[in-house]
Design a protein around this ligand. Sequence first.
Ligand code: E4P
Ligand code: PEP
Length: 358
Amino acid sequence: MSAKKLEDLNVASTETLITPQALKQEMPLSDAAAETVARSRQAIYDIMDRKDHRLFLVVGPCSIHDVDAARDYAGRLKKLADEVSDTLLLVMRVYFEKPRTTVGWKGLINDPHLNDTFDIEQGLHIGRRLLLDINEMGLPAATEALDPISPQYLQDTIAWSAIGARTTESQTHREMSSGLSMAIGFKNGTDGSLDVAVNAMKSVSHPHSFLGINQEGQVAIIRTKGNHYGHVVLRGGGGKPNYDSVSVALCEQALEKAGLRKSIMVDCSHANSNKDPAIQPLVLQDITHQILEGNTSIQGLMIESNIHWGNQPIPENLADLKYGVSVTDACIDWPTTEKAILEMRDKLRKVLPRRIQG
Ligand SMILES: O=C[C@H](O)[C@H](O)COP(=O)(O)O
Ligand SMILES: C=C(OP(=O)(O)O)C(=O)O
């Protein structure tokens, strides 16, 4: 046998992680949290099946880096969620995994201490604790499923998942989504292409067999049944927005042609706002008008919002971090979020029930 080393040449080290089962034994889902997850997953299915007249809104920070600020935000969102619940189902954006265009902080699970120590085991603990607490408050949570292994640790706490613009075309992510236990939104590509999201919806509704890990942490063949609650998320791209009524109509046509359900979510941020948070409330207003004018395909919205406006770079000295300000994309602040959502509720309160009648 050759003595020459031929594998792991670029691997510095490996560490064994806690298994999904062990993490869940340490941090089980309470009955109250399980009830939040089950009830809100079903509500989103009902919205997509046009049995529930409401819109679902995924609202919250671009990424979570400070769990105390996230709990503070969740408390505010829960109060607003109760206030608008006759018209809008609010789900908190609890994003722990950030896909980067090149390099950058990859989120709380990957680097929970924001200092390049990449303590992933701690990240999983901190992330699961926060998700349990948010669900226990009665507020559902949404996240991006970026790493194909992490859903085994956290999926039981999530009401809605996204596949991001950079991974919608990835077979690995489509296979994983076909086994996820909640509705899943596929972003259009970063170049604005819709085809990748439409193809993802076709793929995800089918059963797949692929490599993954089971709850005991063993490598396993995962055989899925297919997920029938895939939908498109229009997030703009290629320097252009795609939330306008013409883009929405073109999306409806593409879905119809592909024989897919006409369920559309609009992301008010990213290329739809040119990453300028001040544009997000304008997108929300535009969607409100489209619905008032008779649109029936838009069923969900996404807003990047935090306690305070804008964003900040991660400072050398973490004590210099500003409280409640995003460390990834710029967000609208809480007062702007509350005002925009309350206005939308007031305008759509009487109209939405009519969308599902007859
Ligand atoms: O939503 C967050 C960002 O848009 C995404 O993670 C890409 O970020 P980047 O272009 O700053 O790497
Ligand atoms: C990364 C995100 O969006 P997109 O995939 O649309 O860039 C996000 O929503 O955090």
